[in-house]
Design a protein around this ligand. Structure first.
Ligand SMILES: [Cu+2]
Length: 257
């Protein structure tokens, strides 16, 4: 018993995911977690702009697998821009919550393999919240990733045609973990593990919304897989929708991707 407690404490000391640790060490989550107060909660909403001409998306040759070759056309997803808005940017609250802890949702975030691509291309998940991997294609796929943070375990699982469903939980915050499929080298997705539930991924028009924030001043960070991070400070009043946009532009080395 004593050893188990010591081990648990040691593991907790290593983990950044304080919420999950305290839950384990205390044996109960009661009182540890802050609940979202809908009577005062505000949100941060904005658009990720892409200034100038985005690099052209390239059609992917999927002929090596007849099933993929028969699927819809597939294009590189590094720069998905529609009417000036950049999709697939992960935006999260980095600072401003003080010592508030939020329970990770037990509901999994799903990454499907469909049309020989990962869908969605970028996901956010809270530390301790499960990620579920599925395969909707009539061909064999695979999910393979190696996190940099040692407390997040690597994954390398084969997924049979129209199968899968395996779940994994990453306990520690980490940004843009690349996910690949061993069978199809063009396939790529990114998992972002957040310390709290306040994050969003920009949609097809570049819009994002982070909901449920208590009134306060926050540091938020936008992360793009190729163009990196941008930071902003945003103040959110009671029931207010605060606006914060970001703007990226192509790098000189990315003439065509
Ligand atoms: Cu695959």
């Amino acid at each position: 018993m004593f050893r188990r407690m010591v081990t648990s404490a040691a593991v907790c000391a290593l983990l950044l995911s304080v919420a999950a640790c305290k839950k384990t060490a205390a044996g109960s989550s009661a009182g540890l977690y802050t609940t979202i107060d809908d009577s005062t909660a505000g949100s941060i909403s904005g658009t990720i702009h892409f200034a100038g001409q985005p690099p052209q998306r390239i059609a992917i040759d999927m002929a090596q697998d007849p099933v993929c070759g028969a699927a819809d056309a597939n294009y590189t997803e590094q720069y998905v821009v529609h009417t000036g808005g950049l999709q697939n940017v992960f935006v999260y609250v980095k600072d401003g919550l003080g010592n508030k802890l939020y329970a990770p949702s037990p509901n999994p975030v799903t990454i499907d393999q469909k049309g020989c691509r990962f869908v969605p291309h970028v996901v956010g998940v809270q530390a301790g919240q499960p990620v579920r991997f599925t395969n909707s294609d009539p061909t064999m796929h695979n999910v393979h990733f190696t996190p940099q943070v040692s407390t997040n375990q690597g994954v390398d699982i084969s997924q049979p045609p129209n199968g899968g469903g395996e779940m994994r939980t990453l306990p520690t915050p980490e940004l843009m973990i690349p996910v690949r499929c061993n069978n199809h080298p063009w396939m790529e997705a990114f998992i972002n593990v957040a310390a709290n539930p306040f994050f969003s991924v920009s949609d097809a028009d570049g819009h994002f919304t982070i909901r449920g924030l208590p009134p306060g001043s926050y540091t938020i960070v936008a992360v793009h897989e190729k163009l990196g991070e941008q930071t902003a400070t945003v103040t959110v009043g009671s029931k207010q929708v605060a606006t914060q946009d970001f703007s990226y532009k192509a790098r000189a080395t990315d003439a065509s991707r």
